[in-house]
Design a protein around this ligand. Structure first.
Ligand code: ADP
Length: 303
């Protein structure tokens, strides 16, 4: 089937929070693309023009570590978003026990993730839904952030619980306390959780509910003191809780280097205002010390 006289639609490759994703050939360029269909309600009113305008902005967001939005068009009752096709994602890499990630490989993935974030944050765009399966990996090994800005445009995906569960593990403490004026620091928290997951090969803070998520954070990092995070006590869902001391981070990540642990602790700083930024993280000595990050084309990936 040829969509808008240009895309030759192929098999479905997955179903996500917002809709079905299918493989297609872009007959204009000959490239393989992924088309994501986003249903826009049952009403006959057609597409939401605010969403379309925001998507136009996303099309301008071009960086080697951001998945490129090639095109978008309304068709039938759905908005169709056309992206470059990606071979796999970071979740598949982390879960594949046949893959050995060397410290240089982990550094490479962490660096690509932070480069993508730094680029978007510089343009005042937040991701808001960072998780390993949103970090796609291309045939050339480049890691690219996917679904940028979609969370904001289409609302938090509360309808789909299977997806909601995973996102929780990457949620920043200010969000769990009900903050409504959050910023790019929420993406850094999530990136910190993903960095820890790369280092240990398992999700770092696996809460079974929002309350339990906070409990898992406190158990790993200790309860935040108001002196560490002065704005905390004013957040809508803040409650006082029993003091828990932080175990040394080293005990949770025995194989990580000192540099990796130092960077991680700065990404998982409670006060979002004190949390390291993506640009500062890229300038951290972890990235300049040996081993050098593996070149993307040399990274191991699932077959
Ligand atoms: P989620 O909402 O869970 O983040 P997505 O809607 O982004 O999921 O994607 C659903 C599935 O479609 C993914 O698990 C992946 O397998 C596939 N997919 C998404 N984007 C692409 C892409 N650009 N290239 C190839 N496959 C993709």
């Amino acid at each position: 089937k040829l969509l808008v006289d240009r895309y030759l639609k192929g098999e479905n490759v997955g179903e996500g929070t917002y809709g079905i994703v299918s493989k297609a050939i872009d007959t204009k360029t000959g490239n393989i693309v992924a088309i994501k269909r986003i249903r826009i309600g049952e009403k006959k009113e057609g597409v939401n023009f605010t969403a379309l305008r925001e998507i136009k902005l996303l099309k301008e967001l071009k960086d080697p570590n951001i998945i490129e939005l090639i095109d978008c068009f309304p068709y039938k009752d759905s908005l169709h978003l056309v992206f470059e096709f990606m071979e796999t994602d970071l979740e598949a890499v982390i879960k594949d026990k046949r893959i050995v990630l060397s410290p240089a490989d982990t550094k490479s993935y962490a660096q690509m993730m932070l480069k993508g974030l730094a680029f978007c944050h510089k343009k005042w765009v937040l991701h808001r839904d960072m998780k390993p399966n949103n970090l796609l990996i291309g045939a050339d090994g480049q890691l690219k952030l996917a679904d940028f800005g979609l969370a904001r445009m289409f609302g938090s995906p509360g309808r789909n619980f299977t997806h909601q569960v995973f996102a929780r593990w990457y949620r920043a403490p200010e969000l769990l306390f009900g903050s409504k004026h959050y910023g790019s620091a929420v993406d850094i928290w999530a990136a910190g959780c993903i960095f820890a997951e790369l280092l240990t090969r398992r999700p770092f803070l696996q809460g079974s509910s929002d309350i339990d998520q906070l409990g898992k954070i406190f158990a790993a990092l200790g309860t935040p003191k108001p002196s560490q995070w002065p704005d905390m006590t004013y957040l809508p869902d803040y409650v006082e809780y029993q003091y828990v001391a932080a175990p040394p981070l080293r005990t949770l990540l025995p194989m990580a280097s000192d540099d990796a642990l130092d960077l991680l602790s700065k990404m998982l700083t409670y006060d979002p205002k004190a949390r390291i930024t993506a640009q500062q993280a890229l300038e951290h000595r972890y990235f300049s010390s040996l081993p050098a990050p593996t070149r993307p084309s040399q990274l191991p990936r699932p077959r």
